[in-house]
Write a protein that binds this ligand. Structure first.
Ligand SMILES: Nc1ncnc2c1ncn2[C@@H]1O[C@H](COP(=O)(O)OP(=O)(O)O)[C@@H](O)[C@H]1O
Ligand SMILES: [Mg+2]
Length: 332
């Protein structure tokens, strides 16, 4: 695989002894969408600032497409784009004018600017509003404009720090639809930070959970949830209780870890509910046991976080603060 990101044992120390990153290692395949999930203060922005060459690690190394973020910073900067958590557009000019300023900053030749700007406006679904002042935009439109600015250079990898913070679910969905479409067209690798578990789960190929400067686990959302162990399959049968022999046979089916019977309710603890469900249904069928209802309960990423970090992600408090900050900047 081509590695878009390769982080090796990175430590970042602030104020002489505070370890914001405490030995982080990480590999991300080119062309994938990667989510760094963790609570506020976990170290997400710090890692992103290292990868985008804004700060160097105290020890360890970070590579982007094989280039050292410290020694080859200027080459790294040619391949990347970065959308910070804070507002990065001007509100008293139009969306188009923002893109024009950025295209000048990026050194895009004059004769190519209009084409490229129209392309990214189209990609982010902002064509119709491009001449409106940004201060009339919704939060979601502003975020899409910021992303459009980052896409002007057609980066090989796009870094997004909390891309949908403070947005309502439908605005978040639009942001991601546009991002996924762009990624499909250009094969861009996307690295995003988030403390929204559902966002990590729905939109990423790979999730790393970070807590107190350490990556506590990494995998696809399915792998992470499986690793918690124990999905619950709950049946309601049309009859009360199960015969002792039937119960014993059920317990013998591979993949069933536990069976609990209470009147017409039968609860199974299993490794993989979808896999085992057909077997159990066939079994009940053969025994002429009629199933009235089935439900599956799976561990959530919240359970995953609890297992590996020993605490739940607390999104209260700082979140509203951050939203407030984005609103303040927008008005200003
Ligand atoms: N420049 C800095 N100086 C001192 N402490 C910092 C600095 N940047 C971040 N930190 C601290 O490092 C920790 C991780 O911060 P950050 O990477 O911003 O977390 P996250 O993005 O996950 O919310 C926090 O405790 C934060 O206060
Ligand atoms: Mg942050």
């Amino acid at each position: 695989m081509e590695k878009a990101v390769d982080v090796r044992d990175v430590v970042k120390i602030f104020n002489k002894n505070f370890r914001a990153l405490d030995g982080v290692s990480l590999e991300i395949e080119s062309g994938s969408i990667f989510a760094l999930l963790g609570p506020n203060g976990a170290g997400k922005t710090t890692l992103m600032r290292i990868l985008t060459t804004q700060i160097g690690p105290s020890s360890g190394h970070a590579y982007v497409f094989g280039l050292d973020t410290v020694k080859e910073g200027s080459q790294v900067r040619k391949l990347i784009s970065y959308v910070p958590q804070e507002m990065s557009v001007w509100t008293d000019i139009s969306g188009y004018e923002n893109l024009l300023i950025y295209s000048k900053i990026y050194g895009i030749p004059k004769e190519e600017r209009n084409n490229i700007i129209n392309g990214v406006l189209e990609s982010m679904g902002l064509h119709d509003v491009s001449n409106r002042l940004v201060k009339t935009y919704s939060g979601g439109m502003i975020r899409r404009l910021e992303i459009a600015c980052a896409l002007l250079v057609r980066p090989k990898i796009l870094f997004l720090d909390e891309p949908t913070i403070g947005l309502d679910p439908s605005a978040r969905k639009v942001v991601w639809e546009k991002l996924k479409m762009f990624k499909k067209d250009y094969g861009t690798t996307i690295f995003f930070n988030t403390h929204y578990m559902d966002e990590a789960e729905i939109y990423s190929d790979l999730i790393a959970i970070i807590n107190r400067g350490k990556i506590v686990t990494i995998g696809t959302s399915e792998e992470l949830k499986h690793s918690v162990g124990g999905e619950i399959l709950h049946f309601i049968l049309s009859e009360n209780g199960l015969h002792e022999d039937v119960l014993r046979e059920l317990e013998g089916i591979e993949g069933i870890k536990d069976v609990v019977v209470s009147n017409s309710d039968v609860t199974f603890v299993v490794n993989d509910a979808e896999m085992i469900l057909p077997h159990i249904m066939t079994f009940f069928n053969k025994k002429n046991i009629f199933v009235r209802r089935v439900s599956i309960t799976k561990p959530t990423l919240d359970d995953v976080f609890l297992k590996y970090a020993g605490t739940r992600i607390d999104v209260s408090g700082r979140l509203s603060e951050v939203t407030h900050v984005r609103r303040m900047i927008r008005r200003g």
